[in-house]
Design a protein around this ligand. Structure first.
Ligand code: SAH
Ligand code: SF4
Length: 382
């Protein structure tokens, strides 16, 4: 059954699930079994959960559902990248992207429909803010992707030791939204990701990316210290105030101190600093020099992100030679630097384009099925 009153157990952490079962007079270990069925085997029909007693299954069926997000459309890139556009109701859509690599498969998931931070280089920022996602909607992206990839023999080959469920080996909260401004719901999803009876990912393989919500960085350190990426993008407050407006509230000094506090709890011994490469904005030698000073204050690695242009931004990607030189300047100072490869460009799955397609009226009608167009028109009105 699927009445609107039903509890969506997809979003319940192990403790909440145990509580529910104990309330019904059941044994807490049933929660583990249920969690394995839902999250590990991807089963959404209680009747198929054969090691649960029949009356328990009937009770679950009467009061609960396992409901993942509705897919509006799915795309595959020639490079193996896959993207899902999910319907979040009331005209909202979010995206999830799967990026296969030789030794891992990374799922990039969203935490909010839109974002309040409004960074001028980010197409999600241009969308404004609609709402926070629930834990069920956040974990539902991983749940759905694993189910879809399990049915895909091409993707299954990537799974460790033939276990296709491991195709998603890493999760990054780098989709739409600022995860630390939706703290409680994101925390619930993170706990499910690292729970051995749910997804069992190691904390090192789950990354939260934040624009710098300092108080929540401290809370995350205590509650569920996963790997942390900080969207730095500028080496000083004057520039960062413009590129990441949240900097006006939590300036660089405060942010760097929070990074150092986080390192005491982090599963990795460094913070990843993301730095978007914007032509003539933050890619000068002077910026590199200042950045080296910043880097001396925190154990970190740099991930330089070539900007993905979109029409409204008026910004340009730094030329490849400039990105290379910028990386070299940092490396010459002893920093560890990677330059992010752009993936899935043919399906607009590349970083920063997550909302772009939903908003782009000019191309949208050629490319999306009817249902998606409805979502987009509603968004335009909203
Ligand atoms: N709100 C969080 C997480 C989502 S954004 C944050 O800002 O960290 C994830 C990453 O995508 C961030 O580093 C962000 O700066 C980057 N990004 C956003 N728009 C982009 C674009 N147009 N091109 C390249 N990277 C972009
Ligand atoms: Fe929000 Fe991150 Fe985009 Fe900035 S880069 S607008 S914080 S999603």
């Amino acid at each position: 059954m699927s009445s609107t009153e039903s509890i969506n157990v997809l979003g319940l952490e192990s403790e909440a699930l145990s509580q529910l079962i104990v309330q019904w007079g059941g044994k807490p270990f049933r929660a583990r079994q249920l969690s394995q069925w839902i999250h590990q085997r991807g089963v959404d029909n209680f009747d198929q959960m054969t090691d649960l007693a029949k009356d328990f299954r009937l009770r679950l069926d009467a009061h609960c559902v396992v409901r993942g997000p509705d897919v509006i459309l799915e795309k595959r890139s020639v490079d193996g990248t896959r993207k899902w556009l999910f319907d979040m109701g009331k005209g909202n859509a979010i995206e999830t992207v799967f990026i296969p690599e030789d030794d891992r498969g990374t799922l990039c998931i969203s935490s909010q429909a839109g974002c309040t931070v409004a960074c001028p280089f980010c197409s999600t920022g241009y969308q404004g803010f609609s709402r926070n996602l629930t834990t069920a909607e956040i974990i539902g992206q991983l749940w759905h992707a694993r189910r879809a990839l399990r049915q895909d023999p091409g993707a299954a080959r990537l799974g460790a030791e033939g276990d296709s469920a491991r195709v998603v080996s890493n999760v990054v909260m780098m989709g739409m939204g600022e995860p630390l401004l939706n703290y409680d719901q994101v925390l619930g999803a993170l706990r499910l990701m690292v729970d051995d009876h749910a997804y069992g990912l190691s904390r090192r393989r789950v990354t939260v990316s934040t624009s710098g919500v300092v108080p929540m960085i401290d809370r995350l350190a205590r509650d569920c210290p996963v790997a942390l990426a900080v969207s730095l993008h500028a080496p000083n407050d004057a520039l960062r105030d413009r590129l990441v407006p949240l900097n006006r509230k939590h300036p660089l000094n405060e942010l760097l101190d929070a990074c150092n506090r986080y390192l005491e709890y982090a599963p990795r011994d460094f913070i990843t600093f993301e730095y978007i490469m914007l032509d003539g904005v933050n890619d000068s030698d002077e910026c590199a020099r200042e950045l080296i000073e910043v880097a001396r204050r925190v154990r970190c690695k740099f991930n330089l992100i070539p900007f993905n242009p979109f029409p409204q931004s008026g910004l340009k990607r730094s030329p490849t030679a400039r990105i290379r030189l910028f990386a070299q300047r940092l490396m010459d100072a002893g920093q560890i630097v990677t330059v992010r490869k752009t993936r899935g460009e043919d399906i607009d799955a590349a970083c920063g384009q997550l909302a772009g397609e939903v908003q782009d009226r000019t191309r949208i009608n050629e490319r999306l099925p009817d249902r998606a167009r409805i979502v987009i028109r509603k968004q335009e009105r909203g």
